[in-house]
Design a protein around this ligand. Structure first.
Ligand SMILES: Nc1ncnc2c1ncn2[C@@H]1O[C@H](COP(=O)(O)OP(=O)(O)OP(=O)(O)O)[C@@H](O)[C@H]1O
Ligand SMILES: [Mg+2]
Length: 138
């Protein structure tokens, strides 16, 4: 059983990818297979970047047991006004700064969902966004 919590600051582009790298390192140490590792790495990176780019800051929790790898993210707002729209491929509200750094294709949430075995998103304006994704350990 592994548990880890990562704090992610809004706008922390200089730390981009650090959390997902650490998650990948931990899973590798546990002997998780390459395919699952890749799926978790893609999803955790998108989760991390969305908190950096779109939120006021938040946390990612990693839990691993014999059956499941779970990533849970929770941020402090501003929340997503229309989750169904945000889930569409190509939809993005990323600003110029993020786009200049290659973000803002509107593919993060769809990629997270595609790579995970289960995907759940809950968002409330002013409250923030919570995402839970799981991966079956094989
Ligand atoms: N944690 C969040 N807080 C607030 N809004 C969010 C959050 N995550 C996503 N969004 C909203 O959902 C939209 C779609 O997110 P998605 O990750 O699919 O694309 P993107 O981040 O804009 O671009 P990409 O991930 O391809 O670089 C974002 O542009 C943003 O409007
Ligand atoms: Mg994104």
């Amino acid at each position: 059983m592994v548990r880890a919590e990562y704090e992610i600051a809004s706008g922390a582009y200089d730390c981009a990818g650090e959390v997902s790298s650490d998650i990948k390192r931990q899973l590798k140490q546990l002997g998780i297979d390459a395919g699952t590792l890749r799926r978790v790495a893609v999803s955790s990176y998108e989760m991390e970047m969305n908190i950096i780019i779109h939120s006021l800051g938040g946390v990612i929790n990693l839990t691993v047991d014999n059956e499941w790898i779970t990533l849970f993210s929770k941020d402090r707002g501003p929340g997503i006004p229309d989750v169904e729209l945000a889930m569409r491929e190509g939809f993005s509200t990323a600003g110029e700064d993020a786009r200049n750094m290659g973000f803002g294709a509107g593919m993060g949430l769809p990629n997270m969902k595609r790579n995970a075995d289960t995907f759940n998103i809950f968002s409330q304006m002013e409250e923030g966004t919570r995402i839970t994704i799981t991966f079956r350990v094989i």
